[in-house]
Design a protein around this ligand. Sequence first.
Ligand SMILES: *Cc1c(COP(=O)(O)O)cnc(C)c1O
Length: 472
Amino acid sequence: MSSHDKIPLPPTSLFPDAATRERVEDRLTRALAQAAERVLRGPVMPDIDMTALRRELAAFDFTQPRPLQELIDWAIGSLEHGTVHMTHPRYFGLFNPAPNFPSQCADRISGAFNPQLASSGSSPAPVAIEQHVIRAFAARAGLPEDAAGHFTTAGSEANYTALICALTRANERFASDGVRAFDGPVAFYTSRECQPAWHKIAHQAGVGRSALRLIATDGAGRMDVRALAEAVREDRRRGTVPVLISTTAGTTGAGMIDPLEPCATVAREHDVWYHVDAAWGGAALCSDRLRREMAGIELADSVTLDAHKWLATTMGCGMFITRHPAILSEAFRVGAEFMPSSATSIDPYLNTVQWSRRFLGLRLFLALGAAGWQGYGAHVERAAQVIDSARERLAARGWSIANDSRLAVLCVLPPAGSPPVRDIVRRVLASGQAWVAVAKLEGREVIRICATHGEITSADVDVLVSALEAAR
Ligand SMILES: *Cc1c(COP(=O)(O)O)cnc(C)c1O
């Protein structure tokens, strides 16, 4: 017998025949649709018995194979009862959207072809599609025609990429010597209201957490430009090397937009990299009305955008865009003979943090293609209108408005004499009627309400308002 005959058949549990796949997939599609229906009628909060879940998990010792169908049903049940429901229209939550349908279709397509996007040699069409979408957003932000970038796992990776680019540009020896290349300790700047991943990014990038300067805000949640300019000057005077200023265009807590143009001027004066973290708020670029809020973003050396937030793609879909794409090729260059291509300015593995890479950009390509700027703009404006309506209804009942944002996030305080914000939020969550968060704005705890779901109705806003009123 030749060794050829000894190759066993592949395990059908992993690679079933076409008819089985079709049956399981069709049933999966129906099961998901039914679960989605039940989620809409049920509580926003998880109602799972975690003791029971852990017991069931312990029983999966993986010695005996189980039927896939049974596993799928178990997984759907665990998600249906064991998560806060981002797909519930009364999840007024943390930027986590109910995913739009085109992006869900994209995930199926990517999952089926499973292209490797590390290299344009193996995935010429997917790499070109991603570049096309990146350029479309770059143009929408007013960046020059030769701006470029890539999709990232999320906003944090994009912000990390910005810091690496800033360091690489600030000192040509950073590539070989790291922070030892600099004449003094390096520093970078963002506001006190920044997204906290910047602390981890400082750690990861090797500049150390103490390199992060949290600049004071103006009392309304925006970076104080004079405090920024003063901090940069003071650092310079003491021999510290400023490398990056990052403004936030749509803060995580309150949707506030730092003064983008004045901060760009400070960055230019001191010749440091200017980054705009528009992870959530950047979606406003889709709307002709709201994009005005983003004026100044066009001055950025780099921009972070998250499609998995307000643009409502499936989870984990960020973008990094820069007007200096050559810096990316410098920061992420590497030699690898085994790779199918080594096109310096094109291949994602030569220009980004990741190596193996999923086809994330298809999500935004299908969504933007299906909606057009106009459809996406309508989606974004609708969310802002939902928040306008919640603002009006709460203000009419004596609540005070803590943030001054035109975007789709609202921070409120209950009327005088109400219980503390934390207690109110706890009661709202316990009611299962809606999900809202406690956030801090200018050092004060507020109730944060964000329109993340694309299909919120005024009836949902009514339920939210009643739940908040009942909870105080
Ligand atoms: C969400 C967010 C981040 C972090 O992005 P992830 O996609 O969660 O990694 C960074 N900055 C801002 C302003 C954000 O809203």
